[in-house]
Write a protein that binds this ligand. Structure first.
Ligand code: FES
Ligand code: FES
Length: 163
């Protein structure tokens, strides 16, 4: 029999009181228990980046993070990126403007990764963007558009857009 325990997760500023198997990953907790399906499961083994979210402001692979490890920390998913009144984040609008997605499955992870990539100061050149975004796989091959979107968003942030 598996052990369950009560667990409180703070996601996008909202408290979720859950009761979870201690082995539950943050990815499954978000998708199946907090009902936030924007974070995607492409591999569940840390190889694709579709599950990228922020924990404590830093990008992490939620499939390799236990929900219990994220307790007491601020978690942000793609659903929490827009402002309260629904205005898209600079990275989200840059992805729209540059057609940086096709099927959209890798996109939440790409966007969460891009926000962190810019915040980390790793968006100074196309090569640097390619390197620091290389943990996010895109089967649709949108990479050139993704690089353009990240470059553009980094520029918008420099001009004062909020990250
Ligand atoms: S689902 Fe986490 S890296 Fe692929
Ligand atoms: S847009 Fe389809 S996998 Fe990236």
């Amino acid at each position: 029999m598996s052990a369950t325990r009560p667990l409180t997760l703070e996601v996008n500023g909202k408290r979720h009181d859950l009761r979870l198997d201690t082995r539950t990953t943050l990815l499954d907790a978000l998708r199946e228990h907090a009902f936030l399906p924007g974070t995607k499961k492409g591999c569940d083994q840390g190889q694709c980046g579709a599950c990228t979210v922020h924990v404590g402001g830093e990008r992490v692979l939620s499939c390799l993070t236990l929900a219990a490890q994220a307790e007491g920390r601020q978690i942000m998913t793609i659903e929490g990126l827009q402002t309260r009144d629904g205005v898209m984040h600079a990275v989200q609008s840059a992805f729209m403007d540059h057609d940086a997605f096709q099927c959209g499955f890798c996109t939440p992870g790409q966007i969460m990764s891009a926000v962190a990539c810019i915040r980390e100061g790793h968006a100074n050149s196309d090569d640097e963007i390619r390197e620091y975004m290389s943990g996010n796989i895109c089967r649709c091959g949108a990479y050139p558009h993704i690089v353009a979107a990240v470059r553009d968003a980094a520029g918008r942030v420099k001009k004062g857009a909020v990250l």
